[in-house]
Design a protein. Structure first.
Length: 365
C-alpha cells in the first residue's frame, strides 16, 4: 500500500472560523472559534451537536461580515481593538490611552463586556486613589475607559452604558505640600541609595515636570558647562530652556550612562532611545510606575509625607525662592510663561517680601 502525498490544509482566513470536536469529562462537544478582523481570537463556544455549532458559526460569520463584533468579547480584547482605531490622534495621546486602558484591564480585563457593572468602575477608581494618584490622573483613566465602554455600547456589545452610572472624580485643586529643610535633605540622601531612585533627586533639584525629566536624552546633557536642556514641554515657554545642575548631581547622572552601556552589551532587546531615565530595557520611563514603585516606597521608608512628582517640582521652586534666587530666574527654570504666574503660585512664599514692600511704602506716607 503506497501512501499518497499529505494533504496540505488551507489556512483559514479572518472571519471564517472553525468547528472542532472535543471532550469534557467524557462528553463530546463541538467547539466554535473565530479569528477577528484585527487578528485576535474570539472566546471559544461549546455546543452539544454539530448542527447547532454550525448554525452558531454561520451567525458569527454574518456578524463579522456586517461589521458587528462577537457579543462575548472581553474588555481587554475590545480595548485593544478600539485603541487600534484611534489613528487620528497624536502618539503622545495614544500612549496615554494605552496606559490607562491597560491599567483598567488589571481590574476587569478578562470580564465579558456585557458583564461589566458600575461597581467595577468604582472599585477601579478607589484602587487608583489608594495608590496615591492625583484626582486629575484618576479622571483621565476614568474618561478613557468610559469612552471605550461607550463605543462598545454603541456597537451593541453591551446592553447598558455603565459609564453613565458612575460619577467622574472631580479634579481637585492641588494644595502645595512644602517639606522642611531637614526632610528635603532626608529625601535627597534616601534617593542616593540606588541609580533607580536618582530621578527623585533630579526632579527635586531641577523643578522639571516629570514628563520633561523622563524625556531627557543624553544629547540634552551638557556635562562640560553643567546644565540640561529641556526638549518638548507642556508650555511654549518651557520648551528649550536650560537648567543648571550642581556638580554632585551631574556626576550621578553621568554614572547612569556607563550602566546603560553595560546593559546594552548584555541585552539584545535593549531599546536604544538615548533616554537618561529609562527602564531596564532602555525605554522611556513611565511616571505612574515610578510613582508606585520608586517615589512612594522611598517616602514611606524615609517616614516622609506622601508626595507626588508635582509636589517635588513645587518644592524645588519654593527652595530656590527661600535661597533668594530672583523670581525672574525661578520663573525661567520652572518654565512659566512669565514671573506673574510664578508669583501667583508661590504667593505664600513671598509673604515676607510683600511685608518689606509695605513697610517701604509706609515710609512715604
Amino acid at each position: 500500500m503506497t501512501r499518497g502525498r499529505p494533504v496540505k490544509r488551507r489556512k483559514r482566513g479572518s472571519g471564517e472560523g472553525s468547528i472542532n470536536e472535543t471532550k469534557r469529562k467524557g462528553i463530546s462537544y463541538w467547539r466554535v472559534r473565530m479569528t477577528l478582523p484585527d487578528g485576535t481570537r474570539s472566546k471559544a463556544k461549546y455546543f452539544r451537536s454539530h448542527e447547532i455549532a454550525k448554525e452558531a458559526l454561520l451567525k458569527m460569520r454574518a456578524e463579522i461580515a456586517s461589521g458587528v463584533l462577537p457579543s462575548d468579547m472581553t474588555f481587554e480584547d475590545w480595548a485593544e481593538h478600539w485603541w487600534g482605531t484611534k489613528v487620528d490622534l497624536k502618539q503622545k495621546t495614544l500612549d496615554q490611552y494605552k496606559r490607562n486602558l491597560e491599567q483598567a484591564s488589571t481590574f476587569f480585563g478578562k470580564k465579558q463586556l456585557d458583564k461589566i457593572r458600575a461597581h467595577d468602575l468604582e472599585a477601579m477608581l478607589k484602587a487608583i486613589r489608594e495608590e496615591g494618584r492625583s484626582s486629575t490622573s484618576a479622571r483621565q483613566v476614568f474618561n478613557n475607559v468610559c469612552s471605550c465602554l461607550k463605543a462598545a455600547y454603541k456597537r451593541g456589545l453591551m446592553v447598558r452604558d455603565v459609564s453613565e452610572q458612575v460619577t467622574a472624580p472631580r479634579a481637585m485643586k492641588r494644595k502645595p505640600v512644602i517639606i522642611s529643610r531637614g526632610d528635603w535633605k532626608t529625601l535627597v540622601n534616601a534617593s542616593r541609595k540606588s541609580s533607580r531612585e536618582l530621578i527623585v533627586e533630579f526632579t527635586l533639584k531641577t523643578g522639571m515636570r516629570i514628563n520633561e525629566a523622563l524625556s531627557i536624552t543624553w544629547e540634552q546633557v551638557d556635562s562640560d558647562v553643567g546644565y540640561v536642556t529641556v526638549g518638548e514641554s507642556k508650555t511654549e515657554a518651557g520648551t528649550g530652556r536650560s537648567i543648571p545642575i550642581d556638580k554632585t548631581l551631574m556626576e550621578r547622572v553621568l554614572s547612569l550612562r556607563a550602566k546603560h552601556y553595560e546593559r546594552q552589551m548584555q541585552d539584545r532587546e535593549w531599546n536604544e532611545g538615548g533616554f537618561v531615565f529609562c527602564t531596564n530595557a532602555g525605554k522611556r520611563g513611565d511616571k505612574d510606575n515610578l510613582q508606585r514603585w520608586v517615589l512612594t516606597p522611598l517616602l514611606k521608608e524615609a517616614k516622609l509625607p506622601h508626595l507626588t512628582w508635582h509636589h517635588l517640582r513645587h518644592n524645588a521652586g519654593s527652595y530656590l525662592l527661600s535661597e533668594n534666587v530672583p523670581i525672574t530666574l525661578v520663573s525661567k527654570i520652572l518654565g512659566h510663561a512669565n514671573p506673574a504666574i510664578t508669583m501667583s503660585i508661590y504667593a505664600h512664599e513671598l509673604k515676607e517680601d510683600f511685608e518689606q514692600v509695605r513697610e517701604a511704602m509706609a515710609k512715604f506716607a
